[in-house]
Design a protein. Structure first.
Lengths: 426, 429
């Protein structure tokens, strides 16, 4: 087992996380900013990283900036948005070749670092406003990004489940923001928000690769320094208990129905039984040996995919499957039966052992990619915990049948969402 | 066992061709937890007309059968191989493309056991009428899932525009109607024709001891009795060099339109170095024309005709090939028109500079380094290159050799209106 070591340093206004490893041909730098998810800010937060990565003061056009990235041996720069629990996270990712594998000795890590710092701290701004044209272009793209979810029915039905299930909670907001609020953003108010975010967000810098911690610290110290802050924590939301299962059906002109079922697990990352919940999910629907795959797909031939996944910081579990609309009752029935079986402890020692083996494998594989590793480490930032990577590997192996049944009993069915074809019932 | 060193990349590759014809490659990756192995046959959706092993006449098999076979190979008399892999802590999978079917696992423990399972399950088919029938429901749902996916429909719509006769125009999974004709006997016929070791390649990448792994594979193969295999006879209908259809518009339940512009490739009879050079030149050409740092991209983005979904790609295999450019758009006709003009400008003048070429090469070299962080990429791409008699590790040296003249010559040749086609997805009225 090789779980690499994460070295954390408190810098000015952010934390630096360095992982030294010689596994890769490239180095990965990730800048993350986290704030409570609110309707007021989410649309601006979804636009801001796109405006920042479009240009900078020194590279004032996208063509200039992208040409420079090409010159740095095709360094990749992109931005990403996520919600974890009631937090909204903006990420800036830069991956750059390690020059020791090139004929050209230019110090690429330093140049990559400088460029990322420039994107974050020296944007293309005049008179306290972002470049008007850039903002307008990126607003147009943002609207398309929000709209395009409708066209991908698998994503759409998942988004719709969350909207229905978490109505009234911040978590119902989409990461890309609210379509109708995009037009209210101006180059001025977005710049104001930029300053506020860099003043108040919880910020983290990850560097993974064949790097030297001291060298990285020095680069970070010289290039990125902000005011100290006490980050605002996302407030935990009180969820209204439902007396009845919320069933929602929506009709669209599609061939395959999309069935999405949402449960409240009442267990979050950082809770004592979180890792037991992971094992639960593995037996229930996480893998191709799981109950959902075996019973919905292999035995009943109802679907090509039938799986479940967890939202670790919000305490949700989502089941998804694509089925013929006429098989709705049958599929829902089978899924309910599998959940009942879990609550009754109706699973074998072999299912348990298989699941542990596969989870162990999955975590180790995740640690093999720089992005996967950062993703695992970042859970601690979101939940303000200090769970070691080793714990991921050991805690799940300890889960017993009784503990899994106890976790199962906490899980409550909340919402069944079905996106159905027009011919349903015929 | 042959050992090949790549100094600059600090990688080494081991290779041996076994007596039964199987090619085995091992690439040790130190520091990684995961071992990833693929067992691939040179048999895909396009191989639908062939002389079955032991027969003399060509037969045409139902559309989608290579993919169907891939699904069914996992099922054995005593259950499902997925189960066995997960008991051994591995995650297994498979995929079928136009020209290949690959079976794979990744695992961080019990590598020898998992490798044995992989080789044995692929070399020991078990098909029954009952399980074949059951699979039709599952694959039926896979097909319907793709039917609702506008990007997939756009992609295949464009291939169907470009190709008149070649089976590349057939959807890899077939249709619900075509798979209804699949029987267990047909599956065995395809299996025995295409799954002989001499038509296959095994690639293992991970923190392994190459000597040990190689002797394990040799031992495993020595126990099995394979007769020498005559050359496989495949047949492909003649294909004109021009596009079959200029344009196709698909109406779907979407809110955003999509437009994909295609160019039917030239030189699809190439293999080896020639093919590598052509493929890389084409990739560089597309990058110069439409990459994020290009003037054209800037123009299209500023005009609001493209967004971040805009992309381009080039595919070349033996017998077919195409370049595709496009993405989501507010105005699919306008986008198609602008792309056509941009391509014709590149054909008619020497529009690229040395500086731009060098930048594009640097970018591709960096992308190659990034890609070989991934065991999946190495195994899958190495196999694809090998089936086309190319070597994945020649990519960087070949890129370094490319000249502006190479790229400009290709542009003049391949860019031609008769080989263009457009496919669009628009919201249903």
């Amino acid at each position: 087992m090789t779980a690499p070591e994460e070295k954390i340093t408190q810098m000015q206004g952010y934390k630096l996380h360095v992982v030294e490893t010689d596994k890769y041909k490239t180095n990965q730098i990730v800048w993350r900013m986290k704030a409570p998810l609110t309707k007021e800010d989410v649309t601006k937060r979804a636009l801001l990283p796109h405006v920042l990565q479009a240009s900078s003061a020194a590279h004032p056009t996208t063509t200039a900036l992208r040409s420079y990235l090409d010159d740095l041996y095709g360094a990749t720069l992109y931005v990403d948005l996520a919600k974890k629990g009631e937090s909204h996270i903006m990420s800036f990712l830069l991956e750059i070749a390690n020059e020791k594998f090139l004929n050209d000795p230019s110090p690429l890590l330093k140049k990559g670092f400088e460029l990322l710092a420039e994107i974050l701290t020296k944007p293309n701004v005049s008179k306290n406003a972002f470049d008007q044209e850039t903002v307008e272009k990126e607003k147009r793209t943002q609207k398309q990004r929000i709209q395009s979810i409708y066209d991908d029915k698998m994503r759409y039905s998942n988004v719709r489940l969350i909207e229905e299930m978490c109505k009234g909670e911040p978590y119902a907001l989409q990461v890309n923001g609210v379509a109708t609020e995009v037009d209210q953003i101006t180059p001025q108010n977005l710049y104001e928000y930029y300053q506020k975010a860099f003043r108040e967000d919880e910020m983290d810098l990850y560097v993974v690769g064949d790097v030297n911690e001291e060298e990285v610290k020095k680069l970070a110290h010289d290039l990125l320094h902000f005011n100290a802050r006490t980050p605002k924590k996302a407030e935990t939301v009180d969820v209204q208990k439902r007396s009845n299962v919320n069933e929602v059906k929506e009709e669209q002109d599609i061939k395959q129905g999309k069935l999405n079922i949402g449960y409240r697990t009442n267990v979050c990352y950082g809770d004592a039984d979180y890792f037991t919940l992971q094992v639960f999910n593995g037996i229930f629907g996480g893998f191709s040996h799981s109950k959902l795959f075996i019973n919905v797909r292999e035995k009943a031939s109802l679907a090509y995919y039938a799986a479940s996944r967890l939202e670790s910081h919000k305490g949700l579990m989502m089941v998804m499957s694509g089925i013929d609309s006429k098989n709705y009752d049958k599929a829902v029935g089978i899924i309910h039966e599998q959940m009942e079986a879990m609550k009754k402890g109706d699973f074998t020692e072999q299912e348990l052992e298989q699941t542990k083996a596969v989870i162990q494998n999955q975590i180790l594989e995740t640690l093999d990619t720089a992005k996967g590793l950062i993703e695992l480490l970042y859970h601690n930032v979101v939940a303000h915990t200090d769970v070691k990577l080793e714990t991921w590997l050991t805690a799940m192996q300890k889960a017993t049948k009784e503990e899994i049944v106890d976790v199962a009993k906490k899980i409550e069915l909340d919402t069944i969402y079905f996106l159905t074809g027009m011919e349903a019932g015929k | 066992m042959e050992r090949i060193l790549f100094d600059q990349l600090q990688e080494e590759l081991y290779h041996e061709k076994l007596p039964n014809g199987l090619n085995v490659y091992i690439l040790p990756k130190k520091g990684f937890n995961k071992t990833y192995a693929t067992f691939t046959t040179k048999y895909g959706s396009v191989d639908n007309t062939f002389v079955p092993l032991g027969k003399n006449e060509y037969v045409k098999v139902p559309d989608g059968i290579a993919h169907f076979l891939e699904h069914k190979l996992f099922e054995k008399e005593d259950g499902d191989v997925f189960q066995q892999f997960s008991r051994q802590g591995a995650s297994a999978n498979a995929f079928t493309s136009f020209t290949r079917t690959a079976y794979l696992f990744s695992s961080t423990s019990d590598v020898e056991k998992n490798l044995e399972t992989l080789i044995d399950f692929v070399q020991d088919p078990y098909f029954s009428e009952k399980t074949v029938e059951k699979e039709k429901g599952i694959i039926g749902q896979e097909i319907t899932m793709y039917d609702d996916n506008p990007d997939w429909r756009l992609y295949f719509g464009l291939i169907q525009n470009l190709y008149q006769n070649h089976p590349v125009k057939i959807d890899i999974a077939g249709t619900i109607e075509s798979i209804s004709h699949i029987t267990k006997d047909l599956l065995y016929e395809c299996y025995h024709t295409f799954y002989h070791p001499s038509n296959m390649l095994l690639f293992i990448v991970g923190p392994v001891d190459p000597e040990k792994i190689m002797s394990q594979v040799k031992e495993n193969q020595a126990k099995k009795d394979y007769k020498d295999m005559p050359e496989i006879k495949r047949q492909f209908a003649d294909e004109p060099s021009h596009a079959a259809k200029k344009k196709q518009v698909l109406q779907m339940n979407v809110q955003t339109s999509k437009c994909l512009f295609g160019i039917k490739a030239l030189h699809v009879d190439q293999t080896g170095e020639e093919m590598l050079k052509n493929e890389l030149s084409m990739n560089v050409l597309l990058d110069l024309l439409f990459g994020r740092s290009s003037k054209n991209y800037d123009e299209l983005y500023n005009a609001g005709l493209v967004d971040e979904t805009f992309s381009f790609d080039y595919t070349q295999e033996q017998g077919f090939g195409f370049a595709m450019i496009g993405g989501d758009t507010n105005d699919p006709d306008q986008l198609a028109e602008r792309l056509l003009k941009m391509l014709m400008v590149a054909k008619n003048g020497n529009v690229f500079t040395e500086e731009q070429l060098n930048r594009a090469k640097k970018k591709k070299i960096g992308a190659f380094l990034r890609a070989i962080n991934s065991p999946e990429y190495i195994a899958n791409q190495f196999t694809r290159y090998a089936f086309n008699e190319m070597n994945l590790f020649d990519v960087v040296p070949m890129l370094e050799k490319l000249t502006l003249t190479d790229v400009q010559t290709l542009a003049k040749e391949v860019i031609s209106e008769e080989r263009f086609s457009v496919c669009q997805v628009v919201p249903k009225k």
